[in-house]
Design a protein around this ligand. Structure first.
Ligand SMILES: [Zn+2]
Length: 537
């Protein structure tokens, strides 16, 4: 059994293992080189291992270079697996840091990939953590931003702890640790971001935010900085908004034919209130922005009130909520009525007052679009009732509800078919659904940075309220009965869109478990028949 040099196990407390071998300062005098020539480790093409050299001398693995803690064990295990010298199962011990920060399995290759893209200079700096002169730090920050934008990350978080600052990024909805910096270097980086966005760099005891437009990788990227004091210092969250990623048409949203048609019909002759519902981060605002893009081409006046304004859309008057000066969603909506807007967009309905003004707006012959939190399309009716809107008011103004969730799309270059995973089989069985013989899985290729997924798409449920729904709401029918009646009449629930996207190979069946608890149509309904049919194909 090969032994790992002890240096590999003794990771530095801040999570980065520095391993020095034959060429390092702490020269390792392994076994006689002549008798046991080093076996080159096949580290593959992965850039994650760039700058890392290792060899097996006899039965001792010697390495030189930098590897992040979490990748150490994984990479070495793979290396040993590829070498012939492994006399038994490869053995590698998990370091305490790696054990303390468990991560989802799919996150690991992404982290390796992202780290591999950073230069040795940045990774080296992260370990020694010296406080650099401004210009040098700026170039490191530039490199970090460029690589995160190229990878399609949506956020960067710098979170201070008692002895370190952790740099995390969000990619396709999941957070992953990239660097762990010594406290002084990390705080220096936080101050650098604050100064460049025009914020006071000194420690503030109040939360602050700022907006900055930066040229990253040749494109303009909007940075939304939010600072908040926490017990170990100031925590910084940066939202990266790239106009290139904005979905401009309903087609871009990834809607399938049965869901897209009613939306297009609504756009053609829109009236009343359109609500996008779902949990936070389910892409509701993106959907409304895409609708706005289609609408602004018409000869109508479009005004929005958002918190915050994420994307500036040409030809649309956008207001930003500013509670300090009394500009709330409700106040913004009232202002829009005075501005004589034809289409009004309120970023969110979150209280009774906003719901009431939204109602006034949509009953005065204008079109109102907004988002709210509810489990599915029918939950919107309950939410509006709870905010004090009467049944006849809801029935009259509500014209369409789009419920949605975000899921990761399979990479079209490397997806492969195979038997469904145990998790998927379990997920389907619990819901009384049949298991398909084969389904699409993520693999990983150079196109998708070895992740197997590329970008995200929405799973939708579109409820276009007709005469029947109007009468049922008037009769104060509860949410459940309403849902069952609509499904019996042919409504397509969220799960049906999810399953059909999985059948087409757009998403994997495994991804559906992230949708939360979903309504399963009862046997005999058109939706249940379609589900059975899709899964048995
Ligand atoms: Zn791929």
């Amino acid at each position: 059994m090969p032994l790992l040099h002890k240096g590999l196990r003794n990771s530095a407390p801040h999570g980065l293992a520095e391993v020095r071998g034959a060429t390092g300062k702490q020269r390792v005098r392994p076994v006689a080189k002549k008798r046991h020539p080093p076996v080159a480790l096949r580290l593959g093409d992965r850039q994650a291992t760039r700058g890392f050299h290792a060899g097996i001398f006899g039965k001792v693995l010697c390495a030189d270079g930098l590897l992040t803690d979490a990748t150490t064990v994984h990479t070495i295990q793979r290396c040993l697996h590829h070498t012939d010298c492994a006399g038994g199962a490869p053995r590698a011990e998990r370091s305490p840091v790696a054990t303390a920060l468990p991560t989802a399995e799919w996150v690991r290759p992404v982290r390796e990939h992202l780290l591999g893209r950073l230069s040795d200079r940045v990774r080296g700096w992260a370990v020694n953590g010296e406080v650099l002169p401004g210009a040098e730090l700026a170039s490191i920050v530039d490199e970090l931003l460029t690589e995160t934008v190229r990878m399609g990350c949506s956020d960067i978080h710098l979170t201070p702890y008692s002895d370190r600052v952790i740099v995390r990024v969000r990619i396709d909805g999941a957070m992953l640790d990239v660097l762990q910096l010594p406290l002084p270097a990390g705080m220096h980086m936080i101050r650098h971001f604050k100064v460049s966005a025009g914020l006071d760099p000194t420690h503030s005891f109040r939360p602050s935010d700022a907006r900055q437009t930066r040229l990253v990788d040749g494109h303009e990227v909007d940075l939304r900085l939010a600072c908040a004091p926490c017990i170990a210092g100031e925590s910084l969250a940066i939202r990266l908004l790239s106009p290139q990623r904005l979905k401009r048409t309903v087609e871009d949203l990834g809607l399938c034919e049965p869901e897209r048609c009613p939306i297009e019909q609504w756009l053609a002759g829109s009236a009343g209130m359109l609500l996008a519902t779902g949990p936070t981060g389910s892409g509701k605002t993106t959907t409304l922005c895409a609708l706005l893009h289609e609408l602004k081409m018409t000869d109508r006046s479009v005004v929005t009130i958002e918190d915050p304004v994420e994307y500036q859309i040409d030809g649309v008057t956008q207001m930003q909520v500013d509670e300090r000066h009394g500009l709330t969603f409700a106040e913004g909506l009232r202002a829009m009525l005075r501005l004589d807007a034809d289409y009004l967009l309120s970023g969110e309905i979150r209280d009774a007052e906003t719901a009431q003004v939204a109602l006034e707006a949509s009953t005065s012959g204008r079109v109102l679009m907004s988002t709210l939190h509810s489990r599915d399309a029918f939950g919107a009716v309950t939410a509006l009732r709870n905010w004090g809107l009467a049944d006849h008011e809801i029935g009259t103004c509500l014209s369409m509800v789009i419920a949605q969730r975000l899921v990761r799309k399979l990479c079209p270059h490397c997806r492969r078919r195979g038997a469904p995973s145990e998790t998927s089989v379990q997920w389907l069985t619990v819901r009384g659904l049949p298991t398909p013989k084969s389904t699409w899985h993520a693999a990983g290729c150079s196109e998708c940075h070895e992740i197997g997924y590329a970008g995200r798409t929405g799973v939708f449920e579109v409820w276009s309220l007709g005469e029947n729904a109007y009468h049922m709401i008037l009769a104060h029918t509860d949410e459940r009965t309403l849902r069952e009646a609509m499904v019996a009449a042919g409504h397509r629930p969220l799960i049906l869109d999810g399953i059909s996207m999985a059948a087409q190979g757009i998403i994997s069946l495994d991804e559906l478990r992230w949708l939360g608890s979903l309504y399963v149509p009862p046997t005999g309904t058109p939706a249940a028949k379609l589900l059975q049919q899709t899964l048995s194909e």
